[in-house]
Design a protein around this ligand. Sequence first.
Ligand code: NAD
Length: 484
Amino acid sequence: MPTRSEAIAQYPEIGQLIGGQFEVGNGRSEADVLDPTTGEALGQYPIATEEDISRSLKAAEEGFHIWRKTSAFERAKVLRKVADTMRVRKEDLARLVVLELGKPWKEALAEVEQAAGMWEWAAEEGRRAYGRIIPSREQDGRQLVLREPIGPIAAFGSWNAPLITPSRKMAGAMGAGCSIIMKASEEVPNCALAIGKIAYECGLPEGVLSILVGDAVMISERLLDSPITQGVTFTGSTRVGKLLSERAVRQMKRPIMELGGHAPVLVFDDVDVEATAKAAATAKFRNSGQVCISPTRFFVQRGVYEDFTQALAEAADRLVLGCGFEDATTMGPLIDSRRVNAISELVEDARERGLRIPAGGKAAQREGYFYEPTVIADATTDAKVSNIEPFGPIAVTSPFDSYEDAIILANRLPVALASYVHSENVHTVNRAIDDIQAGNVICNAWRVSLPETPFGGHKDSGFASEGGIEGLQAFQNVKYAYMR
Ligand code: NAD
């Protein structure tokens, strides 16, 4: 693991990657990228101009014509090479993740591996864009169903998974045969750019990928309003997802939306309470809780409620806040002061309502954007934290009596992304898979969203999937052909 100062000394200059050309500042106006561990500027990013956006659109149009005519077999070679190169350079990529996002080194290395896996999966699965032949009503007729890439894609992602989110979008679109223009997240731009540069080193034809950094609203409006783009993939809040979907649908462009959650966890009284609470804390406070699938609303059967809450609070207290480049650190900072303020507001509301706070409950007294891992107990459904996704280090516990009550609580909100069930009783687990309204129901485990499994939300959490076969199909049209 590098030291923090070694990492800062190697932080690359930020620029625009337009159809394969990397272009730094050159007089464009600039804004700071902040280091969440200290609050100081790590570097400056140039803000993409109208001309940059136009050139990336032209590149995507030309790149699409080349890429769709490149055989799936050849496309796979490029994508697989990206995965291999990411693994070879895992330390370089992890260094950027720790600097820009602040998560601990080991978590950053795990993110590199998962992101590389997305490229590998898209490489393999792109070769299996199978159609089918439907027997014809006529003796010599052939009815064919084909899958083809929908066209140039506009992509936007949040900052919390700085390698995984761009990889899902880029690899998914390219594996399906599309070109893509990605707006990098302003908070973590060098992570996406590093992958983009690797893709071109690995033989990606010019134009297939562009990465812009700059004004989110301006870039999204220009990209979506251009007749060149045919789809938009977005990871972020439900609020922005709705704005982008409306704009896309008005122009008959396909929206692929991975939006917010507020994951419920049902803990029944037949589990090993201590072990479940300990594992729950690890899952909850990973990435400082800044994860859309983060387990947050813990509904615990009354008989084990106190023990579970206490064990969860103790596990939260054991976490060590600090710089991601230090061995002892088990939880890093939040991304910025905006998130610290949002978390503080939820905790203050809980405090005003007289809810118990058995762990954390305040910002850490140190530089940067740190907030203590927090447990709020006896949460009522009217508390803000029971309704607003914290997207930060807060776990909320409340008791339930019956299975039916637990399901009502789990399904109470309009978001429906991840959910978790912990019970030794297979019948309970089996029923819950049917009864919980969510894109993902994870039982006696915490793992969601692997390269090979589809990941997406229901209701206000969005539509279409990333990952799995579905992750490529999202970027493909179905074409029917008949011949005789
Ligand atoms: P956000 O919606 O504020 O921003 C996400 C991205 O959208 C950023 O790149 C931002 O620059 C861009 N953006 C912001 N306003 C825009 C606009 N008007 N037009 C176009 N682009 C715009 O979300 P955030 O605060 O960065 O991320 C947190 C949210 O993302 C949480 O709700 C979280 O649950 C969700 N999220 C969902 C998933 C998922 O896969 N379902 C994954 C991670 C995060």
